[in-house]
Design a binder for this molecule. Structure first.
Ligand SMILES: *Cc1c(COP(=O)(O)O)cnc(C)c1O
Ligand code: SF4
Length: 440
C-alpha cells in the first residue's frame, strides 16, 4: 500500500466519507479541524475504521475530529466564519484564540530541560533519574494524528518552543555526564516516521559512544497502529529491522513502546506481521494508551486489548489518564471511573497481562497512579501513589485524597488531611530552584 494522507483539505475525497457522512457531518469535521490537527491515512481509513457506523467507531473517533471536541460557542464562532467565507487569516486568528484557552502546555513541560556545559538541550527532557527523553527534530509528526493528542500545539504550529533538537552529540555528552541515566527514549511525534537513513544518524553515534551505564534504548511510536508497512513492505523497512537488530546485538535492551488505543488496531494481518518482524530483531514491545471517553472507556475493550497483545507477544505496560489539555472535556474520564475501568479489566486477565500499571497521570510532580477508592474512619478516600517522581523518594508511598467522583486531574484533588499533599512543599522548592537556574 502506498501512503496517502488525508487532511482537512482533501478528506472529502475519501469515498467512504462521501458515502457514509452527511453534508452536515462533513462540515462538522471541517469546523473542528480548524482548531485541532487532523490527519489520517489510507491504511486507517481502509483497514481500521468500520464504516457501517462511522460516528460510533472508535478508530474514526480517534483520527477524525469530533463535533463534541469544541464547546458550542467555539463551534458556532468557527462555523459562522466558514459559512461567511471569511478570509483564512481571520479564521486562523480565531482558531488560535480558542487554542490558547485549551491549556496548550500541560504538566510543566517547560521544566526539565537538560543542560550541559552551558548549552540547553531544547529537544530533550530529563525528569526522572533513569530516563532521558529525546525528540529528534524530524520525528515531530505522525502517520496520522490522534484527535486527543496532548502534543497538538506542535502540529498546529503555535509552538515556538518545539521540544526538538538536531545535535545528537550534545545529547551523548549529557548522558555521559549523568551516570544515573540507563534509558534513552526517542519520542515525538513519532520518531519512526523518519526514514531509516535519517534515524541511523541518531542511533549510530549513540552505539559508537558505547556509554557503559546506558542499557536501554526505547522508541515511543504509534507506527504499528497507524502504518504497519513501516516494518513490512516500505522501501526501507528491512533496513529499519536491521537497525533494530544492530541495537540488540550491541547488547542493549530495545524497547518498542507501542501506542495502541483499541483492540481494533490489533486485528489486521499487516499489524500482526509487523509485530512478528519487530520481535524477531530481539526487541521487546511494551504497550500503552490513555483511557479516553468515546474511544475506550470500557473495561471489556481494555481486557480484550491486553489479552490480544499478550497473544501477540507484546507486554502491556501503562494505562494513562488523558492529559489536561485540548479537548479534555470531550475525551476526559474522571479518576474514579478510570480506576474502575482499570480494575474491572485487570481482574479479568491472566497474571501474564497484569504487567500493566495505571491509571496514571503524568503530572508536574510525577507519574501519579490512582490505586483505588478506600475508606478511612468510615469516609471514602482516593488512594494514590507515585510510579515516577521528580524526587525518586516519593515513589511507592500510598497517600490519600478526599473522595471526588468528578475530579479528572491531580490539581482537582484535595488532601484527605491537612492543606497539602506530602510532596507539595518539596515540589515548590524544586520548581523555584529550577526557575532560578533556567531563568524562567
Ligand atoms: C513516562 C515518562 C518516562 C518513562 O517512565 P517509565 O515509567 O520508565 O516508563 C520518562 N520521562 C518522562 C518525562 C515521562 O513522562
Ligand atoms: S501518535 Fe502520539 S504524538 Fe502522534 S498524534 Fe497520536 S498521541 Fe499524538
Amino acid at each position: 500500500m502506498k501512503y496517502r494522507s488525508y487532511t482537512v483539505h482533501n478528506f472529502r475525497d475519501i469515498p467512504q466519507v462521501k458515502e457514509r457522512l452527511s453534508p452536515q457531518e462533513q462540515f462538522d469535521i471541517e469546523v473542528v479541524a480548524q482548531v485541532f490537527p487532523f490527519k489520517t491515512n489510507n491504511y486507517v481509513v481502509e483497514k481500521l475504521i468500520n464504516w457501517d457506523d462511522p460516528l460510533n467507531d472508535p478508530i474514526f473517533r480517534l483520527t477524525f475530529p469530533q463535533r463534541g471536541m469544541l464547546k458550542d460557542e467555539d463551534y458556532e464562532t468557527i462555523a459562522d466564519l466558514l459559512k461567511k467565507n471569511a478570509p483564512r487569516e481571520v479564521i486562523k486568528e480565531k482558531a488560535n484564540e480558542i487554542r490558547m484557552k485549551l491549556n496548550p502546555h500541560p504538566a510543566g513541560q517547560k521544566y526539565n530541560v537538560p543542560e550541559i556545559n552551558g548549552v540547553k538541550l531544547h529537544g530533550a527532557q530529563h525528569k526522572y533519574n533513569e530516563t532521558i527523553l529525546f525528540f529528534p527534530k524530524q520525528g515531530q509528526t505522525c502517520h496520522a494524528y490522534c484527535s486527543f493528542c496532548f502534543r497538538w500545539p506542535q502540529f498546529v504550529g503555535i509552538d515556538e518552543l518545539k521540544f526538538a533538537m538536531k545535535e545528537v552529540e550534545v545529547l551523548i555528552d549529557y548522558i555521559k555526564a549523568h551516570p544515573e541515566i540507563t534509558d534513552l527514549l526517542f519520542t515525538g511525534g513519532d520518531p519512526l516516521i523518519m526514514k531509516t537513513k535519517l534515524l541511523r544518524q541518531y542511533i549510530e553515534p549513540v552505539l559508537e559512544a558505547d556509554i557503559p551505564h546506558l542499557k536501554t534504548i526505547r522508541f515511543g511510536s504509534k507506527a504499528l497502529a497507524f502504518w504497519p508497512y513501516r516494518f513490512t513492505t516500505e522501501d526501507d523497512a528491512q533496513d529499519l529491522l536491521n537497525l533494530f537488530r544492530e541495537i540488540t546485538q550491541a547488547g542493549y535492551h530495545l524497547a518498542y513502546m507501542a501506542h495502541f488505543n483499541h483492540y481494533q488496531e490489533l486485528q489486521t494481518p499487516e499489524v500482526q506481521q509487523a509485530v512478528e518482524n519487530i520481535l524477531l530483531t530481539g526487541a521487546v514491545i511494551r504497550t500503552q494508551s490513555p483511557v479516553l471517553r468515546h474511544i475506550n472507556d470500557d473495561p471489556d475493550v481494555w481486557a480484550t486489548m491486553w489479552k490480544k497483545q499478550v497473544e501477540m507477544n507484546m507486554v502491556p505496560y501503562y494505562m494513562f489518564m488523558a492529559r489536561d489539555t485540548g479537548a479534555q472535556h470531550y475525551f476526559g474520564v474522571p479518576l474514579v471511573r478510570a480506576w474502575e475501568i482499570f480494575r474491572d479489566a485487570f481482574k479479568s486477565v491472566s497474571g501474564i497481562a497484569r504487567t500493566v500499571k495505571g491509571p496514571s497521570m503524568s503530572a508536574t510532580p510525577g507519574k501519579v497512579r490512582i490505586l483505588g477508592v478506600s475508606e478511612v474512619n468510615g469516609e471514602k478516600v482516593i488512594v494514590l501513589d507515585f510510579l515516577q517522581g521528580r524526587n525518586p523518594d516519593w515513589v511507592g508511598k500510598p497517600f490519600f485524597a478526599k473522595y471526588d467522583e468528578n475530579a479528572m486531574w491531580l490539581d482537582e484533588l484535595e488532601p484527605y488531611q491537612g492543606d497539602y499533599f506530602f510532596y507539595e512543599q518539596q515540589l515548590r522548592e524544586m520548581l523555584e530552584l529550577e526557575e532560578e537556574e533556567v531563568g524562567i
